[in-house]
Design a protein around this ligand. Sequence first.
Ligand SMILES: NC(=O)c1ccc[n+]([C@@H]2O[C@H](COP(=O)([O-])OP(=O)(O)OC[C@H]3O[C@@H](n4cnc5c(N)ncnc54)[C@H](OP(=O)(O)O)[C@@H]3O)[C@@H](O)[C@H]2O)c1
Length: 283
Amino acid sequence: MSILVTGFTGNTGQEVAKKLVNIGASIVCAVRNPEKARSLFGADYKYVELDYTRHETFDIALEGIERIFLMFPPETQFSDFHAFIRKAKEKNIRHIAYLSVKDVQFMPFIPHYKNEKEIIKCGIPYTFLRAGYFMQNLNLFLLDEILQNDRIYVPAGKGKTSFTDVRDIAEIAARSLTEEDNHFGKKYPITGIQAIDFYEVARLMTSELGRPIQYSNPTAKEFKAYMLAKGLDSKYINVVTMLHMVTKIGLAKGITDIYHQVTNEQPTGIITYINDYRDTFMK
Ligand SMILES: NC(=O)c1ccc[n+]([C@@H]2O[C@H](COP(=O)([O-])OP(=O)(O)OC[C@H]3O[C@@H](n4cnc5c(N)ncnc54)[C@H](OP(=O)(O)O)[C@@H]3O)[C@@H](O)[C@H]2O)c1
């Protein structure tokens, strides 16, 4: 029986798949377009089609599956995502490791709150990976401004956030899914070692990469206008703005030692992260 890795082509799913393969687990990669995934990621992985908007893909995607790494693509409708969770229950899935958000229990207005509730309601044993702010945001949605304009451009003020490496989240996901009894019913708030602000991140990137990078600290209004003019989707801009407003008002700075508790090791620091992604940040 295998582990289904959802969001395989994305940031976290990709790292979860690598960790699981490294420890010899049998995995199936859930993707919307298996042909495209095969051409991008190679034929060594086994692929299956899964699209939350196409409920007819659910049965086949769950065939021969025992456990799931489950991530929620932000643009997904609850009705579709919850239908998949209910199908997983019907198929006797014995464990879901769900990628959630740190402090979700205080934020009933965000999708993860409802998704966690649905998983609990269905009665499938779960582990909630309540992750802090991804370091990898820097090499994904913040990268364009870093490369084009030598700046980090987000409306987070002087707020600190608990920069968390996606590879550490993947490590805990892989352990949860393979040493599962120890992790059933756990709600892990996963963070990095320290909370820092974006001025500090810019300073560290400048010194580690050897090229000047500034933090621009736009207001939410300036950020939205700039991103709209750049052609980004307004719904997406609102999500990104809200994420950074939470940081700005000081709600994202909490740090936990969950990574150490689960792995007996220290989480990845931001300097290690910057150097591991050095090539991506260089022009
Ligand atoms: N960014 C942060 O700081 C942060 C912090 C904590 C938690 N999170 C949470 O992490 C999640 C995002 O994780 P990520 O960054 O790893 O994801 P990501 O890189 O944005 O990847 C999204 C994945 O979702 C898949 N997908 C999109 N629509 C789909 C559909 N209709 N059916 C099936 N699959 C679909 C995509 O597959 P295709 O290849 O088919 O497009 C892709 O693999 C969100 O739920 C977010 O709230 C983020």
